[in-house]
Write a protein that binds this ligand. Structure first.
Ligand SMILES: NC(=O)c1ccc[n+]([C@@H]2O[C@H](COP(=O)([O-])OP(=O)(O)OC[C@H]3O[C@@H](n4cnc5c(N)ncnc54)[C@H](OP(=O)(O)O)[C@@H]3O)[C@@H](O)[C@H]2O)c1
Length: 326
């Protein structure tokens, strides 16, 4: 699989990232079952077999079970740790954590970041993370506190590189006032039907943008500052694959039909076309695919060899936006 260099790091990573949110058996509290463990490893093996060397986690995925299930891969493939890039996230806390009645919330306090990383390292059975991301912007974030946590994690050898997720350009600028390490990744929701950050580049100064754009300019900012952009939910969480005749909203069906037509013509799956559409963007976007189905993982990775013409790319943009460009 073709690779990208993550700027400001020595890391060379595959263009497609495997997202591990789905491998822990859901969100309900409970222990990891043997069946989930097996299915998780089958998915991770399928990703490795396609050549993927970059794995995305979060402390909260499956309430910790995703990281735990993933760690089984070390026994399966000794020597693998140094050949893969592990990324996890922190900063979201569940309801009732730590005490009954605590609300679901964001928490970028130094104490929480440090605790979260220690717990992720234990579950992942590793002594370092390649990249740690701040998961979703915390309105109460204090850049100096985050900086203190990052300094401590780097000094302890627990985290090698840092980044963010779901952050706007201005939020990154604010963090950079205090954080000394380069922020190397911004992971954002981007797919054919959730495309406003991409479509924003085509509607400057027009009267009727398709919908209000929060965070417009974020992609351009990341490109200007060598921040690798990752796309979460690149397969629209299966919504397009499930949007059949008479099912789903019209935009979804139109987008699915356009993607299917191109998929058929190129002899690949609809999911592969969704990923190829992101890869065609000149920002060097890294789709973080989350299917847990080994066959779908294989079919989706075929995107690495699918080239889309400018015409095909804009046909898909129009279908996914429900409007053609002016
Ligand atoms: N930073 C953030 O805030 C954030 C938020 C969400 C996710 N993420 C990351 O992004 C990764 C991907 O997210 P995601 O799982 O939402 O993305 P996704 O790759 O867009 O969707 C995967 C989901 O869609 C289903 N799906 C895909 N193709 C399908 C098809 N042809 N037919 C039926 N179902 C299909 C999969 O089911 P099967 O498993 O059955 O194939 C799975 O449930 C996550 O694993 C996580 O690492 C980050």
């Amino acid at each position: 699989m073709k690779t990208y260099r993550i700027a400001n790091t020595p890391l060379t990573v595959t263009r497609i990232v495997y997202g591990c949110m789905g491998i822990g058996g859901g969100w309900a509290p409970g222990l990891l079952t043997e069946r989930t463990r097996k299915e998780a490893l089958a998915a991770v093996r399928a990703a490795l077999d396609e050549g993927i060397n970059f794995f995305d986690h979060a402390d909260i995925y499956g309430r910790g079970r995703c990281e735990e299930a993933f760690s089984g891969i070390w026994e399966d493939r000794p020597g693998l740790r140094s050949q893969v890039v592990l990324q996890t996230k922190c900063g979201i806390r569940f309801k009732d954590d730590p005490a009954q009645g605590s609300p679901q919330r964001y928490d970028f306090s130094r104490e929480h970041i440090l605790q979260s990383v220690d717990a992720s390292l234990r579950r992942l059975k590793t002594d370092y993370l390649d990249i740690l991301l701040l998961h979703r912007p915390d309105a109460l974030a204090e850049p100096e506190e985050i900086a203190a946590a990052f300094d401590a994690l780097l000094a302890a050898g627990k985290v090698r590189h840092f980044g963010v997720s779901n952050h706007s350009a201005w939020q990154i600028e604010l963090l950079k006032r205090a954080v000394r390490q380069p922020l190397v990744v911004n992971q954002l929701e981007l797919n054919l039907v959730h495309n406003q950050l991409i479509a924003a580049g085509t509607i400057v100064n027009q009267d009727e943008p398709a919908r209000a754009i929060h965070g417009a300019g974020t992609l351009e900012y990341c490109r200007l500052h060598d921040i690798t952009i990752q796309a979460w939910s690149p397969l629209a969480h299966g919504a397009l694959a499930k949007a059949g005749v008479g099912r789903g909203e019209e935009k979804m069906r139109t987008a699915a039909a356009a993607a299917r037509a191109i998929a058929e013509q190129k002899g690949v799956s609809l999911d592969a076309i969704l990923v190829a559409w992101l890869l065609r963007h000149p920002a060097g976007i890294q789709p973080v695919i989350g299917t847990t189905n080994p066959q779908r993982i294989k079919e989706t990775c075929a995107a690495d060899n699918v080239g889309l013409t400018r015409e095909e790319w804009y046909t898909l943009l129009s279908a996914g936006s429900g409007r053609s460009v002016a």
